[in-house]
Write a protein that binds this ligand. Structure first.
Ligand SMILES: [Zn+2]
Ligand SMILES: [Zn+2]
Length: 149
């Protein structure tokens, strides 16, 4: 099956080994993608273990999001080369709630003892999508014929 993160790879060669801790992500983008897939797969432990530092409110939020949100795709907007063990990934996570909605976020990541962690993120306004572009979900259909906008 195709990976949740819309990489075009299969789940078993993309995010699955990270989520089930067979290996650690080597870039912030890999961690970002695998955290998105962990939300889709309802793997709260992975989300908690890769978030640093984590507060009790964040654990509650992770569990609530897993319960209530139906994710439909991920688009990486920018993923620059990390600098001094700090990285940034800007992404849009799409979800279904009265139509397709966007969570557009610029996230910060930090490498500690050779492992990447999610630190926090800043929400941004939705990005503009082109109705004639290929849909973010990787279906191969045009945006307007798939997750319509
Ligand atoms: Zn993936
Ligand atoms: Zn679609």
């Amino acid at each position: 099956m195709n990976c949740f993160c819309c990489s075009g790879k299969t789940f078993s060669t993309c995010c699955e080994p990270f989520i089930f801790q067979q290996k650690n992500p080597t870039t912030p983008e890999q961690l970002m993608r695998s955290r998105y897939s962990a939300f889709c797969k309802e793997q709260a432990d992975y989300l908690v273990n890769t978030h640093w530092p984590i507060q009790p409110e964040s654990i509650t939020q992770i569990n609530n999001t897993i319960k209530t949100t139906k994710w439909s795709g991920l688009k990486i907007v920018a993923s620059p080369q990390p600098l001094n063990d700090e990285g940034i990934v800007e992404f849009v996570a799409f979800f279904e709630e009265n139509g397709t909605q966007q969570l557009h976020e610029k996230s910060r990541f930090k490498k500690i003892d050779d492992r990447w962690f999610y630190v926090d993120g800043k929400h941004l306004p939705p990005i503009k999508l082109n109705r004639n572009d290929a849909c973010f979900c990787g279906s191969g259909k045009k945006q307007k014929k798939c997750h319509g906008i």
